[in-house]
Design a binder for this molecule. Structure first.
Ligand code: PLP
Length: 396
């Protein structure tokens, strides 16, 4: 979350004073329909028929997308080895097994390794758009279609970004966005949103996300039997915040891109440092400037130069698969009988999370450096910072 102010206060105040905080209500009695209006507006922006705001974050949106796509025990889902661990754990939440594949130099899923990792039980893939940069969707989608796999886009770090003119999250069968505090916009510290163009995925996700789905007015429109799963409903307060934040989104991204582009001009013409390849530099969110180095030592020297403030993503904590201890130790769910690693149907599925399984990813993470971009930098600040980066690059 980069920006917040009086508008958020005003809109939340209206909801509070309406005393109608539940997402379902009657407009005639003063219900403001904030969640439904957010979903309508988000769908319009994304150019999809269905959106679903959730209180359970981007994680809930991923889980609902997988449940919506019918993924479950006996299925493998391919996920990149570099992502927030929720991408992998959401697969386990629906009872399936995540299989790790490498990233490429763009920091997204490597289409070639993805294809190599496809096995007899693979049912879906989750390309992740890390740090506001799209994965190689053209290639990933073509591989997925060839092998008849569902595509769930994890666009949690890419709210509002695009790939070849389309918003990320809308190119696969379903997409998940995060509106938690650390993302580009937020629904009040937590929140997530699922989008899909597939009516069946939407209906199943809708039922999965609301344990009281059968009591909602929408229930009569459903073509599937009601089942009971989780309770991820968003509140009207979240809806009001998400609506104001959404109005800020394209402006924030435009500022981030502009500042990233300016900063990038200071890093051209070097032998040992280059700007990371991007699958769509114009569509990405500009959250970071990613740089590539010949090796880890050079990356670290640059990142640690005074004033640079770089991050070598191998230090990115739980975004690196080697730090996913609960997976490595097969500690999933509260009860052993609900641990998908022990399900009969998952016997023989590939559940290898050892360090050696995606070593190419580790190598890429070691010779990359991220520079965080701020949408509110002044030109003067960018020029000063750019000079610091240029001087540090000259010393490599
Ligand atoms: C943040 C994030 C999520 C999960 O979002 P929450 O809102 O924290 O549940 C999933 N995937 C990626 C890549 C993320 O960065």
């Amino acid at each position: 979350m980069y920006h917040a102010g009086q508008q958020e206060i005003d809109e939340v105040s209206k909801v509070i004073l309406s005393k109608q905080w539940f997402r379902v209500g009657d407009e005639k009695t003063g219900h403001l329909r904030e969640v439904e209006r957010f979903e309508e507006e988000w769908s319009e922006m994304m150019k999809v028929p269905y959106s679903l705001l959730m209180s359970g974050g981007g994680t809930a949106a991923l889980v609902c997308a997988l449940a919506g796509a019918g993924i479950g025990p006996g299925d493998e889902v391919i996920v990149p080895a570099y992502t927030w661990l929720a991408t992998a754990t959401s697969v386990l939440t629906v009872g399936a097994i995540p299989v790790l594949a490498n990233i490429d130099e763009t920091m997204g899923l490597d289409p070639e390794d993805f294809e190599q990792k496809i096995g007899d039980h693979t049912k879906a893939v989750i390309p992740v758009h890390m740090s506001g940069r799209a994965a190689n969707l053209d290639a990933i989608i073509s591989v997925a279609k060839k092998h008849n796999l569902k595509i769930i886009e994890d666009s949690c770090q890419m709210d509002g970004g695009s790939y070849r003119g389309k918003r990320t999250g809308t190119l696969g069968d379903a997409g998940a966005f995060s509106l938690n505090y650390f993302k580009i916009i937020s629904a009040g510290g937590e929140g997530g949103c699922l989008v899909t163009s597939d009516r069946n995925i939407f209906e199943r996700a809708f039922v999965y996300h609301d344990s009281g789905a059968g009591f909602r007015p929408k229930a009569s429109e459903l073509s599937i039997p009601i089942f009971v799963a989780q309770q991820y409903r968003a509140s009207e307060i979240m809806g009001a915040l998400a609506r104001v934040q959404m109005q800020r989104l394209d402006g924030i991204i435009a500022d981030l891109r502009k500042n990233r582009n300016t900063l990038e001009t200071f890093i051209t013409g070097f032998k040992e440092v280059s700007v990371a390849p991007s699958n769509d530099a114009e569509g990405d969110c500009g959250v970071i400037l990613a740089l590539k180095f010949k090796n880890e030592a050079k990356a670290r020297t640059f990142a640690q130069t005074s004033g640079v403030n770089g991050l070598v993503p191998i230090d990115h904590g739980k975004h690196v698969y080697t730090n996913w201890e609960p997976l490595r130790e097969k500690r999933i769910s509260h009860h052993p009988d609900m641990n998908p690693f022990f399900f009969k149907k998952n016997k023989g599925l590939r559940a290898d999370y050892s360090s050696a399984v995606c070593s190419k990813t580790l190598d890429i993470l070691r010779h990359t450096v991220y520079i965080n971009i701020d949408p509110d930098w002044t030109e003067e600040h960018i020029n000063k910072y750019g000079q610091i980066l240029r001087s540090a690059a000259e010393l490599i």
